[in-house]
Design a protein around this ligand. Structure first.
Ligand code: MN
Length: 402
């Protein structure tokens, strides 16, 4: 499947500056919106800083939860460094997609992610806001929440504390799905039914994002408003694969060099000694390529051994390892992340699968697998805890917000 995204941000009709930011990175398949706060330019700095840090963390292989934590740390550190930015913070809702169609959403604050499937709009994220918490506790009705004077007060944001709790939601994307990420400047101005109507009318992601922002402005535009619409289409991702590492290129060059030598076979040790006596020129012609191939091959094995991942069991828990099971030519695997998923919560088949290590070429592949295993375990036993907060209900997606 292929993802096509459109995005728009607008200052709105009332505010003087736009403190919202958005990120669309087609190569990383990473999409995010952030709604900054803190007055003057602090809000702008907060949302932009969070998205920069998020992108860097995802690019370096961190899973979405850790990447949002990194964004929190970056905003917090920047606020601590500059008295003008003291107290700044930002919401963040980020989505990263994988080859197999899994989308992971990471969320803090009151910006939202929605899934549109078969023209039905489902809210994926639960707001960390005062009124939504009161609604969830049954102390306010959803209708009262919409007009509540304190509806913009949020109970969780990035940058306020050194640590933050990140909610994550897995979604298995299907062809024809659309995902909407937006700030509260849209959802406080435009009702969900009207958001759904705009999305039904506009199939083009960019035109849909523009139309949603227009709708918020038509309704008064009281806040900055940002929308990203991501469409799941048929076909392959046009993005080229990342370039191979330098060692691999060097290995190919060296192999070609050896192949072009007139002598058909690599010389034995004694041959090499004899030839070496004939002159420095021949030593260079043989010894250098052989040494180079050996060094490069060792480096390539090390690179391979250290760049791949597997999921296994350690201390009775599902654990992500960096390396290959059992190690390779002295390159031993290391623990990359311990999860809270107990081996006891797995099925027999899953335990057997993990006993020898289930291998992945990327960290995100391993993460996605762990999310799935955790969700399976949670579905089977209500008491099993996982490191990821997953929606409790249906098999394919998060439940719609009440
Ligand atoms: Mn806002």
């Amino acid at each position: 499947m292929r993802l096509v995204a459109g995005a728009t941000t607008d200052v709105g009709r009332v505010r003087e500056g736009n403190e919202d930011s958005f990120l669309v990175d087609d190569r990383l398949r990473l999409f995010a919106v952030a709604d900054g706060m803190g007055g003057h330019r602090a809000g702008e700095v907060a949302s932009a800083t969070a998205l920069e840090a998020l992108r860097a963390a995802v690019a370096s292989g961190r899973p979405i939860e850790g990447a949002v934590e990194a964004a929190n740390a970056a905003v917090h550190a920047k606020a601590a460094d500059d008295p003008e930015l003291d107290g700044m913070g930002t919401t963040l809702v980020a989505a990263v997609a994988f080859d197999d169609g899994l989308l992971l959403v990471g969320h803090v604050g009151d910006s939202r992610a929605y899934l549109v499937r078969s023209d039905e709009l489902q809210q994926l994220t639960e707001d960390h806001s005062l009124v939504e918490e009161l609604v969830r506790d049954g102390r306010l009705t959803p209708e009262q929440a919409v007009v509540h004077p304190q509806r913009s007060i949020i109970t969780r944001a990035l940058g306020i504390e050194p640590d933050v709790v990140v909610d994550t939601y897995p979604v298995e994307l299907e062809l024809g799905d659309r995902v909407l990420l937006c700030t509260d400047g849209l959802t406080t101005m435009v009702r969900p039914t009207d958001i759904a109507r705009v999305l039904r009318r506009e199939s083009d992601p960019q035109r849909a994002a523009d139309a949603l922002v227009d709708a918020a402005n038509d309704a008064g535009g009281e806040d900055n408003v940002t929308a990203i619409v991501i469409a799941v289409r048929e076909g392959d991702e046009p993005a080229p694969p990342p370039p191979p590492p330098a060692e691999e290129i060097a290995a190919v060059d060296a192999a070609q060099h050896v192949g072009s030598e007139p002598e058909p076979e690599a010389p034995s040790g004694s041959d090499r000694t004899r030839r070496a006596l004939r002159g420095a020129g021949r030593v260079a012609r043989f010894a250098v390529p052989i040494l180079l191939v050996t060094v490069v091959a060792f480096g390539a094995v090390g690179w391979y051994a250290r760049r791949t991942y597997y999921v296994g069991l350690a201390r009775g828990h599902v654990t992500i390892f960096k390396g290959v099971p059992g190690g390779l030519l002295g390159w031993d695997p290391t623990v990359d992340r311990r999860t809270a998923i107990a081996a006891a919560a797995l099925t027999e088949a899953q335990r057997a699968d993990l006993a020898d290590g289930h291998r992945f070429s990327t960290r995100s592949g391993a993460d996605a697998y762990v999310v799935r295993v955790g969700r399976d375990a949670k579905r089977r036993t209500a008491t099993t805890s996982t490191t990821l907060q997953v929606p409790a209900a249906t098999s394919t997606s998060a439940p719609a917000h009440p």
